[in-house]
Design a protein around this ligand. Structure first.
Ligand SMILES: [Zn+2]
Length: 863
């Protein structure tokens, strides 16, 4: 659908929006007592903020406060009281009261109030079960509440068998009348994934309480034929702190395909274990309640017919439910599929909970409750007004949950049949269906996205595999996401290649083939299809996670295989005793291995080609690291040379995802920023300064500048993005001119070159967001990587529509990563790509590790 409805003005262009927001920020604060009306357009799009474009470069990450984890560990254990059948109850540990919990001001339940409320409900009702689905980054429990009629253990086992049958043998499930009549409809509600969008939690608790305590026949019958699952807060750290992100600074609702965070892994596991036919992800605040389905582009791996025929009427039902609340603010909803233009609010990337859930058989919806209470509003509005708004929002959350329960119950046969059909098509390898115009009102050609699934993917073993450790990581990731992977028991030939025994096969005739393809395929260049995208439009574990992955378009694998529950071990020391060992730093695992050996006190050397040499005497340490991380040591060339490598100490003005990855790689990282340095931070033991966010050389005071200058004279610099390039220019580190591409451009790119300290051995693909390239390279600066002639493989990257600049054509052949030793004697690497973005492109992490090891070992020439 591509017609704007005439109600609230919408601002589709994020750059226009950014300008409006900047204007709004510049406005004077609201006088006390005044109740401003929400500026509808900015709050509207602001809530699904990209958060990772250029603005990501502005505020440097700081260390998370680890108090919650420490506190939780002192609070004893969650006690399961009954584990077979339902209820499946847990006496939850109770957290101490936290008067600073940001929910309190809004009159909403603070995190510490949730466990007592759930313990009380479990005591009062045999319809309520609570399990702990995991812990947040800072150690808070994530609660899974199940509301259903009590079940004998045999009934629970039968439900489990049926759920498994639906996925494993959907044709049998479709024929099973007992299943059809007796299977309890699973529905899942996820609340508060964005910590400062609170009311999904409160709405869920209200519905749970009503269902638990209602005495009417309709409720009793509903619960006899339903399993209603609630992850009441997916982001307790953010709920308490009043932040969108989790305790590590990650947006969990961008992490599902990557699952780098415990909060996203926990709901992934809930999703796979419960297999809901329908799910809601409750958010805020869009001025008008927003209810998906989304605009185009629609993810090309969906069986969209099975989705939209439920998502659209369910959205209409939720709209009617909020209208019936009687609040003037909830008279109607904004349904992007119906009301907005393509690209405004899409379901393309499976980084969002509902989009990810669709691949597991759920009809997924984002719901945005309307009334802004976070950020500026939280601080500026009177408490009564905030609570009035939160009251409306809670009403909306509860009403949408109730409406969705009603839809799932009244359409249970069709929803179940369509989930079964989704998995059946996968097993059968059938093509996606052609969806005619008007299939649901407004469905048109702009909504039609399909793909041709390949017949199989192979992740080779043996010499054809670039990185066995990366291959194992990818296999484990696929398995954790319920993609079926098998291991070949014999050598085989497929699509012209011979593969050795032990190679992994992803036969695309499988129930969740859409997810398998979304992970492994390159993706698609959708630049010409929509004017802009809201968030990322490219990702690819197949191209960016460091493993060699082959595609067989048509030929089916014919080889005996066994199912894989966990990838085979890959580590080893492949060298004669008594020889020095060599480690090629091709993957983040290798970087971890180097740092682990340095931590163990092993005397390492770095050769000019980036290879790390381990003395023969440290073979035992190397073996331990190889086994733990899956990396491989080989015999070092003799005689082994190279510079001594000591553990690099980093000062890092970086975004939160980068801080997370740098720490995960084992580096000693000290978060800094302009403000931290100006406050007198001591850089004297720092080897390399990493700059991508929140550090301006021009903004340093004299003392801080002299500290940085001293570091530049003896150490190294790594930069990423526009903030890093600005630092490079202001500090005169490397003579190279940075050119910025379009700020919302993002995706998987092809790169060429592969030289220098970073590029050697690098993947032929990289990732960009707000891509940057370098021209006018001065003396001593070389391009480690260049953008290919046609850079964009998958994603969205167009030139500025006004002046035609900043597009992929301008970047063609330009330097994407440069390195060199500048006039101040500083060894420096400048990234125009995004090697650490949201901890996703794991095959690129080694580039950063190599950059750091090189800058830290480079000895400036004595002058
Ligand atoms: Zn949100």
């Amino acid at each position: 659908m591509h017609v704007h409805f005439g109600g609230a003005a919408r601002v589709p262009n994020p750059r226009v929006l950014a300008a409006l927001l900047a204007f709004a920020v510049a406005l004077p604060a609201t006088p006390a007592g005044a109740v401003p009306t929400d500026p509808v357009a900015p709050s509207d799009r602001a809530t699904r903020e990209p958060g990772n474009g250029p603005e990501r470069n502005e505020v440097a990450a700081t260390d998370p406060l680890l108090t919650a984890g420490a506190m939780a560990r002192t609070q004893g254990h969650n006690q399961p009281t009954k584990t077979a059948g339902y209820p499946k109850q847990t006496k939850l540990r109770v957290y101490p009261e936290d008067p600073t919990d940001r929910a309190i001001k809004l009159g909403l339940v603070p995190y510490h109030g949730i466990a007592p409320a759930l313990n009380d409900l479990q005591a009062r009702s045999d319809r309520v079960s609570v399990e702990v689905a995991g812990q947040s980054t800072l150690g808070r429990d994530l609660y899974l509440v199940t509301v259903t009629a009590p079940e004998h253990v045999s009934e629970t086992r039968r439900q489990d068998r049926w759920r498994q049958l639906i996925e494993d043998d959907p044709r049998a499930a479709a024929r099973d009348r007992q299943l059809r009549d007796g299977y309890k409809t699973p529905v899942w509600f996820n609340g508060n994934i964005h910590g400062d969008e609170w009311e999904g939690t409160d709405g869920a608790l209200r519905v749970i309480t009503q269902l638990a305590t209602a005495t009417d026949t309709a409720t009793r019958r509903l619960l006899e034929r339903s399993r209603l699952y609630f992850t009441v807060t997916n982001n307790p750290d953010g709920r308490v702190a009043g932040t969108r992100v989790n305790g590590a600074g990650f947006d969990i609702n961008r992490d599902h395909i990557t699952s780098s965070q415990p909060e996203s892994r926990a709901v992934r596991d809930v999703l796979i274990a419960t297999q809901p036919v329908l799910m809601l992800d409750e958010h805020g605040y869009t001025g008008t309640t927003l209810i998906e389905p989304s605009t185009a582009p629609h993810g090309q791996n969906y069986d969209y017919d099975l989705y939209i025929r439920h998502a659209y009427p369910n959205a209409l039902g939720m709209e009617a439910a909020i209208a019936a609340l009687g609040h003037p603010e909830t008279a109607r909803a904004n349904i992007p599929f119906r009301d907005d233009a393509p690209g405004d609010w899409d379901d393309w990337p499976p980084i969002f909970t509902p989009m990810y859930s669709m691949y597991h058989g759920a009809v997924g919806h984002t719901v945005e409750v309307p009334m802004q209470v976070n950020r500026g509003s939280y601080n500026s509005l009177p408490v009564e007004e905030l609570r009035r708004r939160s009251g409306i929002n809670t009403d909306v959350a509860a009403a949408t949950i109730r409406a969705a329960i009603g839809y799932a119950d009244s359409h249970r046969a069709a929803l179940l049949a369509d989930q079964i059909e989704l998995f059946r098509r996968g097993w059968a390898g059938e093509a996606q269906r052609y969806i005619p115009d008007g299939y649901v009102p407004g469905f048109g050609p702009e909504d039609r996205y399909t793909t041709q699934f390949p017949r199989a993917y192979v992740i080779p073993a043996g010499d054809g595999q670039r990185s066995p450790a990366a291959a194992a990581r990818l296999v484990d990731h696929l398995v954790a996401h319920d993609v079926r992977v098998r291991r070949a028991k014999a050598p085989f030939k497929l699509a012209g290649h011979w593969y050795p025994t032990g190679s992994y096969v992803v036969d695309m005739h499988q129930p969740k083939r859409g997810l398998a393809n979304a992970v492994l395929e390159a993706g698609r260049d959708i630049s010409a299809l929509v004017p802009q995208m809201y968030d990322i439009s490219g990702w690819s574990h197949g191209l960016l996670w460091g493993a060699t992955v082959h595609t067989s378009r048509r030929e089916s694998p014919r080889v005996p295989t066994t199912p894989v529950a966990v990838a085979s071990p890959t580590g080893g020391v492949l060298a004669p005793y008594g020889r020095d060992l060599a480690l090629t730093v091709d993957d983040g695992k290798d970087v971890q291995a180097v740092n682990a050996l340095l931590d163990a006190g092993v005397a390492l050397r770095r050769q000019d080609d980036g290879t790390i040499v381990v003395p023969a005497s440290a073979r035992r340490s190397a073996s331990e690291v190889a086994e733990r991380l899956g990396v491989r040591f080989t015999a070092a060339r003799w005689p082994a040379r190279g510079e001594a490598l000591t553990k690099p100490v980093l000062a890092a003005a970086v975004a939160a995802d980068e801080l997370f990855v740098l720490r995960d790689l084992g580096f000693d990282v000290r978060p800094v920023s302009t403000a931290v340095l100006n406050a007198g931070y001591d850089l004297s033991d720092v080897d390399t300064l990493f700059v991508s966010s929140g550090l301006s050389y021009a903004g340093l005071n004299a003392a801080a500048k002299s500290q940085v200058d001293a570091l530049l004279a003896r150490g190294g610099v790594v930069t990423r993005g526009a903030t890093g390039a600005r630092f490079n220019a202001d500090a005169g580190v490397l003579p190279a001119r940075a050119v910025a591409g379009r700020s919302d451009a993002n995706g998987v790119v092809s790169v060429t070159g592969g030289g220098g300290p970073v590029g050697t051995g690098a993947l032929p693909h990289s990732f960009v967001y707000a891509p940057l390239w370098f021209t006018d390279l001065g003396a001593g600066v070389t391009a480690d990587q260049r953008y290919a002639a046609t850079p964009l493989v998958a994603g969205h990257w167009i030139a500025d529509p006004d002046d035609g600049t900043g597009g992929p054509t301008d970047a063609s052949g330009q330097a994407a990563v440069v390195s060199g030793v500048g006039p101040r004697g500083t060894a420096a690497v400048l990234f125009g790509t995004e090697p650490l973005f949201r901890a996703h492109p794991k095959g690129l992490f080694a580039q950063v590790g190599r950059a750091i090891f090189w800058t830290a070992t480079h000895n400036p020439p004595v002058t």
